[in-house]
Write a new protein. Structure first.
Length: 164
């Protein structure tokens, strides 16, 4: 699979997860550098916001938007990036945001989900809706990494599942 950044073509390593696939449990790091499992944070309907680098404008916008939505919604929204736990901790403090934000510094999730950008060694900007059985009900791998995801489509699926 390929995405882009303006005119640059970016290759995704491996086969990305798709709707109907089961999410894979992997080891990630929390802000305290503790090894945690992704499934420890997924209990029932969950939205995953995946960003390449929190220190960039679009990732900052996306993460702030989902942090805001997390306060309104009755389902968890968590963020994953390849940033270090220290980068994540500093960003959360600077943005005055308290949210579930996990580090894929070791690239376990990136590789298992097929979302690693070869040219950048970072996660591709992606959003997912995971159901109570840990099955992907919605996924968007953003075609141009400078763009934000389609929040409306993602929330329409998540909100519908939350009601059922």
């Amino acid at each position: 699979m390929q995405i882009k950044r303006d005119k640059q073509i970016i290759n995704i390593v491996g086969e990305p997860l798709k709707v109907g696939d089961s999410l894979i449990d992997v080891e990630l790091l929390d802000r305290q550098h503790q090894v945690v499992h992704l499934f420890d944070y997924i209990e029932g309907l969950t939205v995953l916001s995946i960003v390449p680098d929190i220190q960039t404008k679009t990732c900052d916008i996306q993460t702030n938007r989902f942090a805001s939505l997390a306060k309104e919604k009755n389902y968890p929204i968590l963020t994953i990036s390849t940033n270090s736990p220290d980068d994540i901790k500093h960003w959360c403090q600077a943005s005055n945001v308290d949210m579930i934000y996990l580090s894929d510094e070791n690239r376990h999730f990136s590789q298992a989900a097929g979302l690693l950008m070869a040219e950048y060694d970072k996660l591709a900007r992606t959003v997912m809706v995971i159901d109570q059985h840990k099955v992907i009900q919605y996924i968007e791998i953003v075609a141009d990494m400078r763009d934000e995801p389609d929040y409306q489509s993602l929330l329409a699926v998540a909100d519908k599942l939350a009601v059922n």
